[in-house]
Design a protein around this ligand. Structure first.
Ligand code: COA
Length: 416
C-alpha cells in the first residue's frame, strides 16, 4: 500500500502536545517525520507523569508514534549547520516554541525561506501574530479560557470550566495539519513554500462558533430558548453556561440510569429530537403525550423540559445505560451511554476499527493509544512505537553525509 504522504520530509521541531499531535497525524499517513530534540533531555513529555521508571512516559509515546528522533543542540554552531542541511532537503518544518524562540535561534521565516524557498514553515502559538497577547506562552487550559470555551462550559451556578478534550492542544494541531496539507497542494501549483500559522485561541474559538452565534442571538432577542435558563431564569448580556444542554435545536441532557447512586458514570445522553417526539413517547410508554398540546411541539415542551427529563429518568431507573440505549436505538432516538476511559479502552468495535491500538515499545512493553480517527478506503494507518531519545541520530546524520568519526566528534561537543 503506498502511503499518500510518502516522500514528504518533515522536520518536527515540536514539543508537548499541540505540535506533536499534528506531526504524528502526518507520520501515520506516510510522511518521514524527524523529531528534533535537545540532547540529554528531549521533549519534556518524555519525563512528565512517568508510570514506569526510566521509560518514556505515555504522554510522549501517545503523541510521537511513527517518528524518528534526532538529538540536536540548535544553539551550537555545529547543531545549526546540521539543521541548515536538513532544511535544504525537507518539505516542511513544524514548530510550537514559545514566541520568538525560533528567531532567537537564528531560524526566522525569512532565513528559512532563503535556505529553502520551497519549504513550508508551520507554527503553533498561543495567540496569532500581532495579537495584543502574542508575547504569551500558552498551555491547553489557558487557550480554553482565551478561546471562549471556558466561559461557556460548566453550570451556571459554578465557575468557568475546562473541558477534558484537548481543544487547545490537539485541536490546534489538527488545524495546523490541514494548513500544512493545503500549503503542500498550493506548492504543487506555485512551486513556492509558505508560512502557515495557527493560534490556539483561534482554534478553540473555531470550535466555539455556535457560542458566538448565541451571543448575537442574545443581543438581538434577549434570551436563548434552548438554554436551561429559559423561560424561568434570567439572562445577562453574555452567553451563559448551559450545563449539559444541547447546542442546537435539539434539547438534551445527561440522565441517570440504574446504579447512578454508586457508579458516577451510570448515565446516558438523551436527545429530544423534534421530529422523533412520537417514537420517544412510544419508547417511554407515554402514548398520551403524542398529541397532548402541552407536549406536542418543541415550543410547548420547553417550559417543562426538565419535568420531561425527570419522567425519562423514572423510565431509566431500572435499566443500565447499555440496556437503555439498546431499547432507544430501536426507536431511532439519538442517544449514547456515558462511556468511561476503561470502557473505551476495551471496546471491541474501537479495537477492530484501529481507533484503539496496542503498540509494542522497546522499553515499555506494549502500550495502548488512539490510532487514526480518519479512515480511508485505500490506507490503513499502522501505528508504530515512538522513538527513544536520539534513536535515529546516526541514521539521519549519515543520510546527510556525516562520517562515523564526524558523528563521534559532534557527540564529544554535545551538539547531538
Ligand atoms: N536545542 C537548543 N535549544 C532548544 C532546542 C534544541 N533542540 N529546543 C528548544 N530549545 C530552546 C528554545 O530555543 C528556547 O530558547 P530561548 O527561550 O532561550 O530562546 C527554549 O528551548 C525554550 O523553548 P520554549 O518553547 O519557550 O519552552 P518553554 O518550556 O519555556 O514553554 C510552551 C513551553 C509550550 C509554553 C511554549 O513553547 C509555547 O507557548 N508554545 C506555543 C504554544 C504551544 O504550543 N503551547 C503548548 C501546547 S501543548
Amino acid at each position: 500500500m503506498t502511503k499518500p504522504l510518502e516522500g514528504i520530509k518533515i522536520i518536527d521541531f515540536t514539543h508537548v502536545q499541540a505540535g506533536p499531535a499534528c506531526t504524528q497525524l502526518l507520520a501515520w499517513f506516510g510522511a518521514d517525520v524527524i523529531k528534533v530534540e535537545r540532547p540529554g533531555s528531549g521533549d519534556v513529555t518524555r519525563n512528565q507523569l512517568r508510570d514506569i521508571p526510566d521509560a518514556d512516559a505515555l504522554y510522549f509515546t501517545m503523541l510521537n508514534s511513527n517518528k524518528k528522533s534526532l538529538t540536536l543542540d540548535t544553539k551550537k554552531p555545529e547543531g545549526k549547520e546540521i539543521l541548515e542541511k536538513l532544511v535544504r532537503e525537507s518539505d516542511v518544518l513544524v514548530e510550537n516554541f514559545g514566541p520568538g524562540a525560533l528567531d532567537r535561534m537564528g531560524f526566522s521565516w525569512e532565513r528559512l525561506n532563503e535556505l529553502n524557498p520551497k519549504m513550508i514553515v508551520a507554527s503553533v502559538k498561543g495567540f496569532s501574530d500581532g495579537h495584543h497577547y502574542d508575547d504569551l506562552k500558552v498551555y491547553e487550559n489557558v487557550a480554553q479560557c482565551a478561546g471562549g470555551a471556558a466561559s461557556t462550559t460548566g453550570f451556571w451556578d459554578g465557575p468557568p470550566t475546562i473541558s477534558a478534550a484537548a481543544l487547545g492542544d490537539s485541536n490546534t494541531g489538527m488545524h495546523l495539519a490541514i494548513g500544512i496539507l493545503t500549503a503542500l497542494l498550493g506548492r504543487d501549483k506555485t512551486g513556492k513554500g509558505q508560512k502557515v500559522a495557527v493560534s490556539m485561541q483561534d482554534s478553540v474559538l473555531n470550535l466555539c462558533r455556535v457560542k458566538l452565534r448565541d451571543q448575537q442571538r442574545l443581543e438581538r432577542v434577549g434570551y436563548l430558548e434552548e438554554y436551561p435558563q429559559y423561560p424561568h431564569g434570567e439572562f445577562s448580556d453574555v452567553v451563559p453556561r448551559g450545563g449539559n444542554a444541547g447546542g442546537g435545536g435539539q434539547p438534551g441532557w445527561v440522565l441517570k440510569c440504574k446504579g447512578w447512586e454508586t457508579d458516577p458514570n451510570a448515565y446516558i445522553y438523551f436527545t429530544i429530537q423534534g421530529h422523533a417526539w412520537e417514537p420517544i413517547c412510544k419508547a417511554l410508554g407515554k402514548p398520551e403525550w403524542i398529541d397532548d398540546p402541552a407536549y406536542k411541539t418543541a415550543e410547548a415542551r420547553q417550559p417543562h423540559i426538565f419535568d420531561i427529563f425527570k419522567t425519562i429518568e423514572g423510565w431509566l431507573a431500572d435499566k443500565t445505560k447499555f440496556e437503555a440505549v439498546d431499547i432507544l436505538r430501536k426507536f431511532d432516538i439519538p442517544c449514547a451511554p456515558v462511556l468511561t476511559m476503561k470502557e473505551l479502552a476495551n471496546d471491541p468495535s474501537l479495537r477492530a476499527s484501529g481507533t484503539i491500538v496496542e503498540v509494542p515499545h522497546k522499553k515499555r512493553g506494549t502500550y495502548l493509544t488512539v490510532g487514526s480517527p480518519i479512515k480511508f478506503s485505500d490506507l490503513k494507518p499502522e501505528v508504530t512505537a515512538s522513538p527513544l531519545l536520539g534513536e535515529h541520530t546516526d541514521e539521519v546524520l549519515a543520510s546527510l553525509g556525516y562520517s562515523q568519526q564526524q558523528i563521534f566528534n559532534l557527540r564529544e561537543v554535545k551538539a547531538v
